[in-house]
Design a protein around this ligand. Structure first.
Ligand SMILES: Nc1ncnc2c1ncn2[C@@H]1O[C@H](COP(=O)(O)OP(=O)(O)OP(=O)(O)O)[C@@H](O)[C@H]1O
Length: 756
C-alpha cells in the first residue's frame, strides 16, 4: 500500500492507545458524553460503523471497557453485521474486510486496521481519534503483538437487511435459495455429469447386443467392461459429492429461515400476540419448515431430475423417435390430469389447514392453562373439545386424501404405458425390422424410459406440491407479514429520558371497541415524582401504562415524555429507558442472577445484588441454597408469588430506569409480601418517576399525586388527603376497601361441632 513509515510516531501512537490515554475518565453511569470523551473501544467501533454509513448510539453500550462480544452485540443491535473473533498475526495480515477492522488492545484500548502488506509483513493502523485524512502507520508483528492478544471485531453493513425486511413470499424464499448460487452451480455441474454417465449404460447395452453378440467380438466386450467400470466409479463419487453439497445447502437455508422467522416473530407488535392464540401462531410458523423441506428436498431433486431429462430426452429421440413420442405424450397427459385436479384439491387442503389450526390452538390453550384446567377439574371438557377438533381435522384430512388419490389413480396407467407400452410397441417394431440393429436399440430405450418416466412424473407432481407449499407460505405469511414494530424500533429520536410525562386531551379506542378506553385524558407527571392511578375495573388504568410503553400508538391527542411526542421516540430506546412490572411476570429458565440481569450487556452480579436489595428481594435470595445462582425453572414454580414479583421489580430496576411503571404489580401479593414491597417503594422511587397503577388505594397514599379514572375519563388528580376531601368516587373506593374493622368481625359459627 506504500504508506510512509514513521517509526517513532508509530510507537508513540500505539503506546498511547495501548496505554489507555484515550480512555474516558467518565464514570460508568452508562451515559457517555461528547464523542471526545468516549472510551477508545467504543470510539473505534463508532468510527468503523460510520465508514459503512451507520451511526451507532453510544448510549446503547454502557461499559467503559466492553469486551469483543459486547461490542459486536452493540453493533448488531444498531443493524450491522458484526463478529467478535480471535486471530493470530498470520491470519490478520491476510484478512480481507470491506472496511476498517477493530483490534482490541490488551489494556482496554483499540485501534483500527485499514490495510496490510504481506510482502513487508506489516499492517496499517489508525487511531480512532486521528483526524480525517491522517495517514495510517505501518506496524510490524513484534510491536503489535506486544499490545494486542488477537481480539478483533469485524463489521459491515448487514447485507441481508433488505432480505430480512422483505415480505415472506415464495419469491423471497427463492431469493434465499439464489444466494446459494455457488453450491447450486456445483450441484448442477455434478448433476449434468451424472446424467451423462447414466446415458452410458443403455448405449453400452445397445452396442453389446448389436455388435458383441452379433459378431462375437471379445475385445469390444473387454473395452466396454472397462468403460462401464470407470463410469460406475465416477457415478458413485459424483453422487456422493452431490449429496454432500445438497446437505450443506439445505442446512444453510434452514439456518437462515430459522433466524429470519424468530427475528420477525420478536418484532411483531404485542397487539398481534393478544389477538392470536399461541398455538395458532406456532402452527402457522411450523409451516415454514415444510416449505424448507420442499425447497431443499423436492424442488431441488426435481431440478436435478430436470437436468437428467434434458440430457436423456434427446438421446431417446436419437435412439428411437417413435417410442420417444409415446413417452412425451403420456407425460403431457399426466400434467393435464394433475392440473385439472388442482382447484378442488386447493379448497380441500384449505379445510385441512383450518381444522389443524383449531386443533393446535386447543392443545396449546390446554397446556398454557393447565393449572386452571386441573384446579377446576375441567379435564373432561377439554378432552371433549380435543376429541371434536381431532375428529374435524381427521375428516378434513380424509376428504383431502380421497380427492388426492384420484389423480394418482388416473396417472398410474399412463406411467405404466410409458415403460411397458413402449416395450411392447418397440418389440413389435423390432419384429418388422430388417436392419438387425433394432433389438439393441429396444434394450437401450427400455433402460432410458425407466430413467425418464420417474423424473417426468415427479415434475408433474411438483405442480401439486407447489400448491401445498403455496398454502404453507400463506399460513406462515399470515404471521410473518404482519406489520412489524421495526420502523418504530429503528427510527425515531433518542432523547435522554428524565421521566417527565404529560397526557394532553388523549383519546384511545381498542380496535372493534364501541366505547373509547381513554376519553380526553389530560394530566402531568413531573420528573422524579410518584404518581398513582386508581379507578374501577375497566376504567382504563392499564391502557395508560400500555400507551406509555408505545404498545398502541394510534391515539388522538398528545402523549409527551420529557416534552418529546412519544410517537417520535425510538421504541427500543423508550422501552430500554423505562422499567415495567406487571401483575404476572414471566421469569425465564436460568439462575436468579441471570433473570435479574436478563441478558443486558455489561451488568454484573454486583448490579444484580444492588437491584435485588432495592426491590426487597435480597433477604430471600440469600436464604436460598445457592443464593443468586439458584436455578429458576420455566414459569418459576419454585418461587412464591411475592418472591417472583420482587425479582421482577429487581429486573426492572437493574438498568436504573428514569421511569418505572408498576401495573398492578402488588395486587396479587399476600399482605406480607405487599408490605415488604410497599416499604421499599420510597427507596425505589428515589431519583426516578414512578407510575403506580393499583386498585388497592392503601398502597398509593404516599404518592405525590393520584389520578382517579372512571370509564376512560379523568375524574380528579390530587394527593390522597385532598382526594379524600373532594373526590366522591375516591372516597367511595377508599371506604369500600378500608371499612372499620368492627364490621368485619369473625363469622358466627352456623353449625355447632358435633360431639362424637
Ligand atoms: N387488548 C385489548 N383489546 C380490546 N379491548 C381492551 C384491551 N385491553 C383492555 N380493553 C378494554 O379497554 C377498557 C379499559 O381497560 P383497562 O385494562 O385499561 O382497564 P383497567 O382499569 O386497567 O382494568 P382492571 O383494573 O380490571 O385491570 C376496558 O373496557 C377493556 O375491556
Amino acid at each position: 500500500m506504500g504508506q510512509p513509515e514513521n517509526r517513532r510516531d508509530v510507537s508513540t501512537k500505539l503506546a498511547a492507545v495501548a496505554g489507555g490515554s484515550e480512555r474516558s475518565a467518565k464514570g460508568g453511569d452508562g451515559h457517555h458524553g461528547p464523542t471526545e470523551t468516549l472510551p477508545a473501544r467504543i470510539k473505534a467501533i463508532q468510527v468503523a460503523a460510520r465508514f459503512h454509513g451507520i451511526e451507532l448510539d453510544t448510549r446503547d453500550c454502557r461499559e467503559q471497557t466492553p469486551n469483543a462480544a459486547a461490542l459486536a452485540e452493540w453493533a448488531r443491535r444498531g443493524g450491522m453485521w458484526a463478529r467478535a473473533v480471535r486471530v493470530n498475526w498470520s491470519h490478520l495480515i491476510k484478512l480481507q474486510a470491506p472496511g476498517p477492522i477493530v483490534l482490541l488492545l490488551k489494556d482496554g484500548g483499540a485501534v483500527l486496521l485499514i490495510g496490510s502488506d504481506a510482502d513487508r509483513n506489516v499492517v496499517f493502523l489508525k487511531s480512532a481519534n486521528d483526524p480525517e485524512g491522517a495517514e495510517a502507520r505501518a506496524i510490524d508483528e513484534l510491536r503489535l503483538t506486544n499490545a494486542w492478544n488477537g481480539e478483533v471485531v469485524l463489521l459491515r453493513a448487514a447485507r441481508s437487511l433488505q432480505v430480512a425486511d422483505a415480505p415472506f413470499t415464495l419469491g423471497w424464499l427463492a431469493t434465499l435459495v439464489r444466494i446459494e448460487a455457488k453450491p447450486l452451480r456445483d450441484i448442477a455441474i455434478a448433476s449434468i455429469a451424472l446424467s451423462v454417465l447414466t446415458v452410458l449404460p443403455p448405449l453400452i447395452v445397445m452396442t453389446v447386443v448389436n455388435k458383441v453378440l452379433q459378431f462375437n467380438s471379445v475385445p469390444t466386450l473387454i473395452l466396454l467392461s472397462a468403460i462401464v467400470a470407470t463410469a460406475f466409479l465416477y457415478e458413485t463419487l459424483l453422487g456422493h459429492a452431490r449429496r454432500l453439497i445438497v446437505n450443506v445447502v439445505g442446512a444453510r437455508i434452514d439456518t437462515k429461515l430459522n433466524l429470519h422467522v424468530f427475528s420477525r416473530l420478536l418484532r411483531l407488535p404485542l397487539d398481534y400476540f393478544e389477538k392470536h392464540p399461541a398455538g395458532e401462531t406456532m402452527y402457522h410458523l411450523a409451516q415454514v419448515y415444510r416449505i424448507r423441506e420442499f425447497l431443499t428436498g423436492k424442488l431441488l431433486s426435481t431440478f436435478l431430475d430436470l437436468i437428467t431429462l434434458c440430457v436423456l430426452l434427446p438421446v431417446m429421440f436419437i435412439v428411437n423417435s417413435t417410442l420417444a413420442w409415446i413417452v412425451v405424450v403420456c407425460s403431457v397427459l399426466i400434467v393435464l390430469i394433475i392440473i385439472a385436479f388442482l382447484p378442488p384439491l386447493r379448497k380441500s387442503y384449505q379445510r385441512v389447514v383450518e381444522a389443524e389450526t383449531m386443533k393446535s390452538a386447543a392443545m396449546s390453550e390446554t397446556v398454557v392453562g393447565i393449572k386452571t384446567v386441573k384446579a377446576l377439574g375441567l379435564e373432561p371438557q377439554r378432552e371433549a373439545l380435543w376429541d371434536e377438533r381431532v375428529a374435524n381435522a381427521g375428516n378434513a384430512r380424509l376428504a383431502f386424501g380421497q380427492l388426492a388419490s384420484w389423480p394418482q389413480t388416473l396417472v398410474t396407467p399412463l406411467e405404466r404405458t410409458m415403460v411397458l407400452g413402449t416395450m411392447l410397441f418397440g418389440a413389435y417394431l423390432a419384429l418388422n425390422d430388417t436392419t438387425g440393429y433394432m433389438v439393441g436399440g429396444l434394450f437401450a430405450f427400455m433402460m432410458l424410459a425407466q430413467r425418464v418416466a420417474q423424473p417426468l412424473v415427479n415434475l408433474a407432481r411438483l405442480v401439486e406440491d407447489y400448491e401445498e407449499v403455496g398454502a404453507a407460505v400463506s399460513e406462515a405469511a399470515s404471521v410473518l407479514n404482519q406489520p412489524l414494530e421495526s420502523a418504530a424500533n429503528s427510527a425515531g429520536v433518542r432523547p435522554d429520558l428524565f421521566g417527565d410525562v404529560s397526557f394532553n386531551n388523549l383519546s384511545f379506542s381498542y380496535s372493534g371497541a364501541k366505547t373509547p378506553a381513554l376519553d380526553g385524558v389530560s394530566f402531568d407527571v413531573p420528573a422524579g415524582t410518584m404518581f398513582g392511578i386508581v379507578g374501577r375495573s375497566g376504567s382504563g388504568k392499564s391502557t395508560i401504562a400500555r400507551l406509555l410503553q408505545g404498545i398502541n400508538r394510534d391515539y388522538t391527542g398528545f402523549l409527551k415524555v420529557d416534552g418529546v411526542d412519544l410517537k417520535e421516540i425510538n421504541l427500543r430506546h423508550l422501552r430500554q429507558g423505562m422499567g415495567i412490572v406487571l401483575q404476572d411476570n414471566f421469569l425465564f429458565r436460568g439462575s436468579i442472577k441471570d433473570n435479574i440481569i436478563a441478558g443486558r450487556a455489561g451488568l454484573t452480579l454486583a448490579d444484580a445484588m444492588r437491584a435485588a436489595q432495592l426491590a426487597g428481594a435480597e433477604e430471600f435470595v440469600e436464604r436460598m441454597p445457592h443464593g443468586f445462582d439458584t436455578y429458576v425453572e420455566e414459569g418459576s414454580p419454585n418461587l412464591s408469588g411475592g418472591q417472583r414479583q420482587r425479582l421482577a421489580i429487581a429486573r426492572a430496576l437493574i438498568h436504573n430506569p428514569s421511569l418505572l411503571i408498576l401495573d398492578e404489580a402488588t395486587s396479587a401479593l399476600d399482605p406480607e409480601s405487599e408490605a415488604i414491597v410497599s416499604a421499599n417503594l420510597q427507596r425505589i422511587a428515589a431519583g426516578r418517576t414512578m407510575i403506580i397503577v393499583s386498585h388497592r388505594l392503601a398502597s398509593l397514599t404516599d404518592c405525590d399525586q393520584i389520578l382517579v379514572l372512571d370509564q376512560g375519563k379523568v375524574v380528579d388528580v390530587a394527593s390522597h388527603a385532598v382526594l379524600l376531601e373532594r373526590c366522591a368516587l375516591y372516597r367511595q373506593l377508599w371506604f369500600q376497601q378500608n371499612r372499620p374493622t368492627e364490621n368485619r368481625g369473625p363469622r358466627p359459627i352456623a353449625i355447632a361441632p358435633r360431639l362424637t
